[in-house]
Design a protein around this ligand. Structure first.
Ligand code: ZN
Length: 183
């Protein structure tokens, strides 16, 4: 079953999400399964629980290689509970982002090039991961959702409609042949 995607203007998108305190429960497993199905149907590369109406600190990062980031890991969707960045690189990079909660809009956003993250698995096991470039961008975008922030709050250097983005894709600064952008 897929869930309804909340869009810009829904109050839940501006709220700070709550930590998961009980791991491995049927309700949590159900939420994760529905988030995975929703992400797959939307053909996204990431999703945060508030985007489907849950106040919990749950995100999915599902990076895959694309022409601009050929070294991006081909990864199974990674479910991250209570994630927090341990370190963000001083080096920042610009990239185009979209968001399933902000349809028909693309923005050029600066993000740290590298992140080190601590998180918990659905079973409550603490893990760490370090990412560069595309998956690092996806993580920062999804983590922002848990803080009640959208990429629009990150002062995009440029904003385009989806149609203009597609029309200008080959001549845009910072990009890009990306077809997969962080939702
Ligand atoms: Zn988003």
């Amino acid at each position: 079953m897929t869930l309804r995607l909340r869009q810009l203007g829904d109050p839940i998108l501006t709220q700070v999400a709550e930590p998961v305190t009980e791991f491995g429960t049927p309700a949590l497993q159900n939420l994760i399964e529905e988030m995975l199905a929703t992400l797959k149907e939307a053909q996204g590369v990431g999703l945060a629980a508030p985007q489907v109406g849950s106040p919990l600190q749950v995100i999915i990062v599902a990076s895959r290689p694309n022409p601009r980031y050929p070294d991006a890991p081909q990864m199974e969707p990674l479910v991250m509970l209570n994630p927090r960045p341990l370190a963000l690189s001083d080096e920042q990079v610009l990239g185009w982002e979209g968001c399933l909660s902000v349809p028909n809009c693309r923005g050029l956003v600066a993000r740290a090039r590298e992140v080190e993250v601590e998180y918990y698995t659905p079973e409550g096991v603490r893990q760490r991961v370090t990412w560069q470039d595309f998956p690092a961008r996806v993580f920062q975008h999804e983590y922002d959702h848990l803080l009640g922030r959208l990429f629009l709050d990150r002062q995009p250097q440029q904003l385009l409609t989806e149609a203009e983005y597609q029309a200008q894709i080959h001549s845009l600064a910072g990009g890009t042949e990306e077809q997969q952008l962080p939702p």
